[in-house]
Design a binder for this molecule. Structure first.
Ligand SMILES: [Mn+2]
Length: 333
């Protein structure tokens, strides 16, 4: 853990007694892990911490709460107060976090801690490192630099963030620093087998059945280099589950030999909106496609939302693929 953190980041945290902690909504494991982990660390430093704006949607993530709750910011926590700070984790822009634009408009201070390469540096202080595997790794880096104790309950959730964002240490962001962070987290009490059990051996029957439904929709394009699965609102209704169960469905096409671009389309809001989850291998940058539809993410994993039904979303997305990547994907034949 020799990576340095900016003294300004530690100083702005030290200067605050009330700290609002947030991440992007519809949080992933890293957003949950980084926010919960930071709150549990800073409480031990005598800070009042308020988690807000990224309530876990999946039953899996809810297993890590232990009584912690994400709630609206209390009335007596005023953005403009000198002793008050908002720490935004895992958000490439202020708009990705529901509470940040309003906080900034009210003159509040923001510490931006993130690892998206597209980060817009919206904080008063920005602790941004696109080389970091995860925001959870950055939280651990801050703790070690400051000499803060990391309680076991924090180590557990930071481990959650680390394994989720690195795909259990199989993605390109699985750096020596990420593995060093993993070792530190185990020293602080993280138990990979316990987190693994909660993450990977805790599916509901409905989740397995809806994954099977998704697998049955598998389609291939560009000689098998692009594969796609989808779920309609009707599918979610039939299995009586929300879209939160669909978290790793995009791994179904991604797991197929020869597939370089993986899509998972799923309808929300009664079919008025369709989300597209994108995974890609070199040389395809998933953010290029996501940005076309006002989405974002990382080169290898990105997402966006189209305000149309599943069929229309597929049509629009494939038109964009042809335009952005048509030649590139054909050249790989
Ligand atoms: Mn992340």
């Amino acid at each position: 853990m020799s990576k340095s953190v900016s003294p300004e980041a530690l100083a702005i945290i030290e200067s605050a007694t009330k700290i609002v902690i947030t991440a992007h909504d519809r949080p992933d494991g890293d957003a949950i892990g980084a926010t919960l982990g930071l709150a549990r660390i800073l409480r031990e430093q005598g800070k009042m911490c308020y988690l807000t704006g990224c309530e876990p949607v999946s039953e899996i993530d809810q297993q890590f709460l232990y009584g912690d709750a994400y709630a609206p910011i209390p009335e007596d926590v005023k953005p403009a107060d000198e002793d008050t700070l908002l720490i935004c984790l895992d958000c490439g822009s202020a708009e990705r976090a529901v509470v940040v634009p309003e906080w900034l408009a009210a003159g509040g201070r923001v510490l931006n801690v993130d690892h998206h390469h597209s980060n817009t540096m919206f904080g008063e202080v920005n602790e941004v490192d696109a080389q970091a595997s995860s925001s959870s790794e950055l939280v651990m880096r801050l703790a070690d630099a400051a000499g803060w104790a990391v309680p076991e309950s924090a180590a557990e959730v930071l481990w959650l963030g680390l394994v989720c964002d690195t795909g259990r240490f199989t993605y390109e962001n699985s750096s020596p620093a990420a593995l060093a962070c993993a070792a530190r987290l185990m020293e602080c009490g993280a138990k990979p087998w316990e987190v693994g059990g909660k993450l990977y051996q805790s599916k509901s029957e409905e989740k397995v059945r809806i994954e099977a439904r998704a697998a049955s929709t598998l389609e291939f394009y560009y000689d098998g280099r692009l594969a796609c699965v989808s779920l309609s609102q009707q599918d979610f209704d039939e299995f009586g589950c929300g879209t939160d169960v669909a978290g790793d469905v995009v791994n179904i096409p991604r797991s197929i030999r020869g597939v370089e671009i993986s899509f998972f389309f799923y309808e929300m809001n009664g079919g008025a909106e369709t989300k597209l989850s994108i995974r890609s291998a070199e040389p395809f940058d998933a953010t290029v496609l996501a940005k076309r539809f006002d989405g974002g993410g990382h080169k290898r994993a990105a997402g966006c939302s189209l305000p149309v039904s599943l069929d229309d979303a597929k049509r629009e997305a494939f038109a964009a693929v042809e335009e952005l990547w048509g030649e590139l994907v054909a050249s790989r034949a």
